[in-house]
Design a binder for this molecule. Sequence first.
Ligand SMILES: [Zn+2]
Length: 242
Amino acid sequence: MRIADRNPRETRNPKSGFRTSQREASEFRASAFGFPSGFGSRFSGFKVRALVILSLALLAGLATGYCVATGPDDISQYSPAAQSPYRLPWAAGQAHLCVQGNGGIVSHRDWERFAYDFTMPVGTEICAARGGKVLTVIVSHDGHGYHWTNNLVAIEHDDQTRGYYLHLKKDGSRVKAGDIVKQGQVIAESGHVGNSMMPHLHFHVTDAKRTSTLPITFSDVSQDAGIPRMFKTYSSGNLPPQ
Ligand SMILES: [Zn+2]
């Protein structure tokens, strides 16, 4: 679910402190609520407090889940989808589920916060989200697990940004370094390799020096401001090049 080609591995850092602060916030709010006298005649104070805390923890969990599922609140940093040079990286007419969007709670944090994960069967044809020059092809690895070595294709665009396609199938490349590819051209087959919990494609775009992932939209995603959201399915309009 992440990475740069200089070290084609994924790392995951679930340690964010967010859960702790949520729990603390829930406990604080719980302590601020009161109940009419007599309410607790059948319940001890401890049970009532435990119930309130559990309920608030559940609400906090649902709120967190909703925020994660619906993606970033601030979309001002994204370019309008209609003007986006990117299309979804699979063939037109196919639909795939976004299992982790930008800022996803599993691994799309910090450096890779603008990455996307889409589930798809191993062997699904991956199409260039944007045309450019193939910089890197690594498809010699197989298997998956924590910190497992990854496969990827990297494409440099005409503005020197770079698109990264990860977790590709072993020997699943249809291009080689130096090739010029067009948007919609099949470049690889998807896989389940590297730090991968299920067959899926991880896609992100970085700046020229790979110092950061960049917020991108897809011109063929008409809903959600062109920004795929977790647990929603998106149909591609990425037609093959003429
Ligand atoms: Zn990912």
